[in-house]
Write a protein that binds this ligand. Structure first.
Ligand code: ZN
Length: 293
């Protein structure tokens, strides 16, 4: 699933292309994309409008359509916006025909991506207030803020990081990378880190996201840039998807377990596992090696 760096990469590519362009036609090829609003209604609201800026909150793209009208799109698992792509590209769900013969195509093989039109700034604020927490690059994310949000929470710190209502934009890749950078095990209780760990984690979250952004995002599954090219951050993961490889810091074998229902990658030497927690893959490992986990 595209996370903050992937969505921001798309935004940075689309914004200069789309800014000031009039939407001449909107073809909704999959009515589920804008549901519950029907394709005809979506067309009537959007066609003829000129795109202003393209913004982002968390993993949402926000297309400013003027008159305080915003089109809010979430890519979910496999959504992509392709600018001036091959008209025959697969899995198109919506096509924006723009002035000058340009086109913006939304492709989405798994069809979980969504689109919504929101009218008025207050409604836009309310929409995000209920869904998204701190924006990592806003300057508001520091150890004190993190500690305040996590206070009293017994959920694993990884599950806490994946909760968009706490911090917006982090998904499975960047949670693993930020926790490794901070030498914090993903199973640690969110509310029981040390002050120094909250301070460090606030820094490593931003560092991990920035590294992803610098590489143009990570391409696993279907993520592509708006020009169809791929991001490169998957080649720079420190631990994510590196099971069996040596830890870049200490050489211990990186292992994959399951935390918060997600495949999770750790160096158990650098990220000390909290007492009383067992890795989910322990049984299988024990039977293979003939040793106790
Ligand atoms: Zn290590």
């Amino acid at each position: 699933m595209p996370e903050l760096p992937e969505v921001e990469t798309i935004r940075r590519q689309l914004a200069p292309e789309l800014r000031g362009k009039r939407i001449e036609n909107l073809f909704v090829l999959d009515p589920k994309w804008g549901s519950p609003v029907g394709a005809a209604e979506l067309r009537s609201v959007i066609e003829g409008r000129t795109i202003g800026d393209v913004g982002r909150r968390g993993k949402y793209l926000i297309f400013d359509l003027g008159d305080e009208l915003s089109l809010i799109c979430h890519l979910r698992m496999t959504g992509n916006f392709l600018y001036d792509a091959d008209p025959e590209v697969q899995y198109q769900r919506a096509v924006f025909e723009l002035e000058g013969g340009h086109a913006l195509r939304f492709t989405d093989p798994r069809r979980f991506g969504t689109a919504e039109v929101i009218a008025g700034e207050p409604a836009l604020d309310r929409y995000f207030a209920g869904r998204l927490g701190i924006e990592p690059f806003s300057g508001e994310l520091d150890g004190t803020a993190l500690r305040g949000l996590a206070a009293g929470r017994r959920t694993p710190i990884k599950a806490f990081l994946l909760d968009q209502r706490q911090i917006a934009g982090i998904g499975n890749i960047y949670a693993d990378e930020a926790l490794f950078r901070a030498s914090i095990h993903p199973m640690r209780e969110a509310g029981r880190l040390t002050k120094a760990q909250y301070d460090l984690l606030a820094v490593t979250i931003v560092e991990a996201l920035q590294a992803g952004l610098d590489a143009g995002g990570a391409t696993i599954d279907d993520f592509r840039h708006s020009d169809g090219l791929y991001g490169g951050f998957q080649n720079e993961f420190l631990v994510h998807r590196r099971a069996g490889e040596p830890c870049p810091r200490c050489g211990t074998e990186i292992r994959k377990t399951v935390v918060a229902g997600r495949g999770t990658y750790t160096c158990d030497a650098c990220q000390k596992r909290p007492r009383g927690t067992k890795p989910r893959s322990a049984v299988r490992r024990a039977s293979r090696s003939g040793q106790r986990p």
